[in-house]
Design a protein around this ligand. Structure first.
Ligand code: 13P
Length: 318
């Protein structure tokens, strides 16, 4: 018999958190009400660090599957709960492990840098992981002249190649959300909102990034808002879940979401910028996974050992 959720879900979650001695980690792309009950809200890198550092008995991961998997790899002895096991990632899915094995084998002698938006099986075939926060630093840590495979996000890889001046062999993956933003729509919004500051995630294609005032991870974009004027207008070219934290930081700011596709034409739509996987998590599912201590992320211990090495290498880089 499934348990009946309480009317006050937030209070129910707080109660379960105390009973389970759990920590709730949430990505900036989660619904605002989930971010508000979390102990820690952050980008992929911050959440991986927090999962490694936490001494809680249970980790409740409000994000997508690869993020919870990373937490499990770093804390294999602790249960890691994910409110909805089906919360996937188009980027992680774009690197199917067998095809990835062949790609790596076709580039012998290369250092394999893998974005954390990937499965544990793909991480296990990699030399070092990165997130959008530290990808430039990770590539810079590899000696010049050494060949580098960068996977699975071709657009992040292209941005890193331009930032570092390095030639990277790119796996042709992409995020279904960031790939859909349109340079034309952003240019039109700039004209409609003169003086707006354009914030772009590096998973966007180069023509979209070309319109940016700031390119960076969700944390870097939030930091730009915190450091910016009190009442500016910001055009946010990433998943709009991050706007919750931006509004808290700058209550007098105006935050515009960027549409996917050209304004007025097919695809000129502001809901296409919302990640359907991140949004699978709801407050009720957070409560339920804690009440039932399921679903949990389970990984083979041997896979954990192999996937852990590139993540730890990344964390050591700084
Ligand atoms: P960051 O958390 O590194 O900003 O990126 C998250 C992500 O998955 C973007 O799609």
């Amino acid at each position: 018999m499934p348990a009946t959720p309480p009317v006050d879900l937030a209070a129910g979650i707080r109660d379960l958190k105390a009973r389970l001695k759990a920590v709730i980690l949430a990505h900036y792309y989660q619904e605002g009400e989930i971010q508000d009950i979390a102990d820690f809200v952050g980008d992929s890198l911050q959440l991986a660090r927090e999962a490694a550092r936490s001494d809680a008995q249970v980790i409740v991961f409000c994000g997508v599957h690869f993020m919870a998997e990373t937490a499990k790899i770093l804390s294999p002895q602790r249960p890691v709960l994910l409110p909805d096991l089906a919360a996937g990632c188009s980027l992680a899915d774009s690197a199917e492990p067998e095809a990835f094995r062949r790609f790596v084998a076709a580039h012998p002698g290369h250092t394999v840098v893998t974005y954390v938006n990937s499965s544990a099986a793909v991480k296990a075939m990699s030399d070092v992981c990165c997130t959008s926060s530290n990808a430039v630093q990770v590539v810079q840590s590899i000696p010049p002249g050494q060949g580098v495979v960068f996977a699975p996000d071709q657009y992040l890889g292209d941005w890193v190649a331009r930032q570092t001046g390095r030639e990277l062999v790119l796996w042709p993956g992409s995020c279904e959300i960031h790939e859909m933003f349109s340079a034309e729509a952003i240019a039109a919004m700039r004209r409609d909102h003169p003086g707006c500051i354009v914030l772009v995630h590096p998973e966007c294609p180069a023509p979209v990034r070309a319109h940016a005032d700031v390119v960076g991870s969700t944390k870097a974009l939030l930091d730009a808002v915190k450091a910016g004027p009190e009442a500016a207008t910001w055009l946010v070219v990433t998943e709009p879940g991050i706007i919750h934290a931006m509004r808290k930081a700058r209550p007098r700011g105006t935050f515009l979401t960027a549409p996917a596709g050209v304004r007025g034409e097919q695809g000129g739509c502001t809901s296409c910028n919302t990640c359907p996987h991140m949004r699978r998590n709801t407050l009720e599912k957070v409560w339920r996974c804690m009440a039932e201590q399921a679903p949990q992320v389970h990984l083979d211990p041997d896979l954990i050992a192999r996937a852990r090495r590139p993540i730890e290498r990344m964390l050591a880089i700084g």
